[in-house]
Design a binder for this molecule. Sequence first.
Ligand code: UD1
Ligand code: UDP
Length: 372
Amino acid sequence: MKKVMLVFGTRPEAIKMCPLVNELKMRKGIQTLVCVTGQHRQMLDQVLTNFSVVPDYDLSIMKQGQTLFDITTNIMERIRAVLEEVKPDVVLVHGDTSTTFVTALACFYLQIPVGHVEAGLRTYNIYSPYPEEFNRQAVGIISKYNFAPTALAAQHLIQEGKDPSTIYVTGNTVIDAMQHTVQPNYNHPELDWVGDGKLIFITAHRRENLGEPMHHMFRAIRRVFNEHPECKAVYPIHMNPIVREAAEAELGDCDQVHIIEPMEVFDCHNFEARCHLCLTDSGGIQEECPSYGRPVLVMRDTTERPEGVDAGTLRIVGTDEEVIYKNFKELLENQGLYDAMSHACNPYGDGHACKRIADILEFGTYEPWVAK
Ligand code: UD1
Ligand code: UDP
């Protein structure tokens, strides 16, 4: 029986890996083990509970205000014993976090094969997003199985010289996670508060946006809100204290904005599906909102998810206050633009990515995902 260990540590990795854990656990030819690094604590545990996943190992590394050095050294120190004890046939990591990179490096040192879920996303600027672009490129050097979510991601890997026989186009597992979350008769006290107003959904957390860029983002949003009393924002805030300080300083006294604690993924998807538009620097939300036909203004200078831009639902607006202000205002005031951006499409998957990845690991064959 093939021993597969999944290692992840942050909220988005958990949202995208837990459906895969549950699929692999149903496979007769696979023994599935889960190790969490605990790079996130509360935000990780929330997702584990939602998907009823109980880790076999927990490295519990999170500390307040952790630096990239802290995360890297603490995982490196603690994961070795787990890998040496379990001796997995393959370790699956996800995407581009420090958990992902350090785990892959530890596997390389122990010569354990790595499978990279969500492989091949690229901006080709290692400082944007930072440090994620470096992390995913580095894992790409090490990985034996490359589960690319889209044809474009696979193309990047081929152009970089990866052996095509190691690249599989599976769709993104986040679309699998979304299959059962959005409910037609969903309700929530925050939706009652929004009432007939326009729900603006906000999230922000990127490391390269901490400090001045984040203040610019929030100031731009505040200016538009002053001109648009019909807008009401729900902003489930990241637990990073630096994000909280900036949001409190710029938006804390605005009664059109409700800053709330991180949402359960079920609630988050239902809010995404119901919002008028979304302002975010998140990676995962860029993949989720297009399915619901909700326009997204991406407050970043680059994206590794251009499929949603090409499909017309995402617009990159950077972190300059004036540019965000103009784009946000335009999207509220120009109905033609809003209509053009609000059509549902699914450039990131069909909800069967986990089955494909499990088929590859169990049988060595699969039916590739082809976008319609
Ligand atoms: C990390 C990932 C980023 C991913 C993001 C998802 C890296 C370098 N960054 O960034 O790619 O987009 O997760 O959210 O891997 N905190 C808590 N409780 C939690 C989670 C975080 O208190 O459950 C606080 C801690 O003070 C922590 C800080 O948030 O020090 C930042 O967490 P960290 O994992 O270092 O970075 P993120 O910005 O979350
Ligand atoms: N998300 C959530 N609760 C929240 C905010 C986000 O469950 O309060 C989900 C969201 O639906 C998406 C993922 O978390 O699936 C995105 O995580 P995040 O933005 O933290 O990280 P990124 O995707 O940028 O790495």
